[in-house]
Design a protein around this ligand. Structure first.
Ligand SMILES: Nc1ncnc2c1ncn2[C@@H]1O[C@H](COP(=O)(O)OP(=O)(O)OP(=O)(O)O)[C@@H](O)[C@H]1O
Ligand SMILES: C[C@@](O)(CCO)CC(=O)[O-]
Ligand SMILES: [Mg+2]
Length: 386
């Protein structure tokens, strides 16, 4: 039997980092996906193995089920129908299982993803042999939510057609989960994100699970129905960074300067609320769209200034900001910053010629530009026929 799931990446229009400290943030899904395919063995030679294939990286990891059982023999089986946080003892055992796989040094950042996979698999499926194959259209560690899409796609593939989620195996094509099922996928994915991010707010797994556009504050989501078209250019600076370290850096700055940082987080909260209101205000005519785009651009610039204040900008991000500003276009980093991707608002009336000029100037700096569809479906699953 084969089960597939796909989960989208995301952009954050406002509020990253501050959302970890209780401010509101606004995020939207994008049409770049991570796919997870789960198959149970049909031939006896694979019967005692759990395998994880990361196809894009040409890496395969495998553990004899007996080895996993042995690792957990002292702590007991974490098998659970309820989303469970990986304790530091369990994380140590899992880190041991990951270390045995000898991930090449250049790809060692993948270790936290492999640990998240093992935790989700063992908790949800127990000691059952299987192969899980991952492919992704998202750049890893670039601010487009690759870690969340990975955790959501894995949780969804493991939960679809399980005891927790009864779904109809016979229907073809990509299928939607029901509301309560989505909540369960999201909660498990959050446990995966905790292993990769350290202290996630939950915004990335939430927008990847539910899709569309959301406002998110202290664990609660409000769906946003944007009444205006929204076009963004995404520039990947290709400067690698790690969300866990950047989130920890902001928390340290907050400990050093709690009074000043609380004003910064409050300012971001107001920006996100205003941004959500602008997106949802009733559509009237073309002029009002232009005015609203100007407001959005200004709010994005203000948010970027505050992200600089938090210490998560980077020289490469500043280069993108300077380049787009020459064309009077507003930009901000998206996700954890420190490199990664930058969003640039492309107003509806902006000519194609200008867009092409901006893109070629950014690409001449060695960056990669992408345009994506914003606000599509969240996680979906299929019986393998898609
Ligand atoms: N397709 C994948 N295969 C294996 N591991 C993955 C995959 N996608 C993400 N990961 C794990 O997530 C890590 C990247 O997560 P990180 O949170 O640093 O960046 P991001 O999620 O892309 O950006 P942001 O959190 O800013 O949106 C990788 O180093 C790896 O451990
Ligand atoms: C930096 C951060 O705010 C967003 C990463 O996409 C971290 C989080 O909210 O978990
Ligand atoms: Mg991430």
């Amino acid at each position: 039997m084969e089960v597939k799931a796909r989960a989208p990446g995301k952009i954050i229009l406002s509020g990253e980092h501050a959302v970890v400290h209780g401010s509101a943030a606004v995020a939207a899904s994008i049409d770049l996906y991570t796919h997870a395919t789960l198959t149970f063995p049909t031939s006896p030679e694979h019967e005692d193995m759990l395998k994880l294939q990361l196809k894009d990286m040409a890496l395969e990891f495998s553990w004899p089920i007996s080895r996993i059982k042995l690792a957990f023999s002292q702590l007991g089986v974490p098998f659970s129908s309820k989303p469970t946080t990986c304790s530091s003892e369990s994380l140590k055992l899992i880190a041991g299982l990951v270390e045995e796989q000898r991930i090449p040094e250049a790809k060692i950042a993948l270790a936290s993803g492999v640990s998240a996979f093992l935790w989700l698999y063992i908790c949800i499926k127990g000691f059952r042999p299987a192969t899980v194959v991952i492919t992704s259209e998202l750049p890893l560690g670039s601010g487009l939510g690759s870690s969340a899409a990975f955790s959501v796609a894995i949780s969804a593939a493991l939960l679809a057609f399980s005891d927790s989620i009864k779904t109809d195996l016979r229907r073809p094509g990509w299928l939607d989960f029901e509301a309560l099922q989505l909540d369960l996928v999201n909660k498990w994915a959050f446990e995966g994100e905790k292993i990769i991010h350290g202290k996630p707010s939950g915004i990335d797994n939430t927008v990847s699970t539910y899709g569309n556009m959301i406002k998110f504050k202290t664990g609660n989501l409000t769906r946003i129905k944007s009444s205006m078209p929204l076009k963004m250019l995404i520039t990947n600076t290709k400067v690698g960074r790690n969300t866990k370290a950047l989130v920890a850096g902001v928390s340290e700055r907050n400990i050093r300067h709690p009074d000043a940082m609380s004003f910064v987080f409050n300012a971001v909260d107001s920006i996100s609320k205003e941004l959500a209101n602008v997106l949802q205000s009733p559509a009237l005519d073309e002029l009002s769209i232009t005015e609203r785009e100007e407001k959005l651009g200004e709010l994005m610039e203000m948010n970027q200034g505050l992200l600089q204040c938090m210490g998560v900008s980077h020289a490469s991000i500043e280069t993108v900001l300077r380049t787009t500003l020459k064309y009077k276009l507003a930009s901000k980093l998206t996700g954890a910053g420190g490199g990664g991707c930058v969003l640039t608002l492309l107003p509806t009336l902006l000519s194609g010629t200008i867009i092409d000029k901006v893109i070629s100037e950014l690409e001449a700096c060695g960056f990669q530009c992408l345009t994506v569809k914003i606000g599509g479906n969240g996680v979906e699953f299929s019986n393998g026929s898609s």
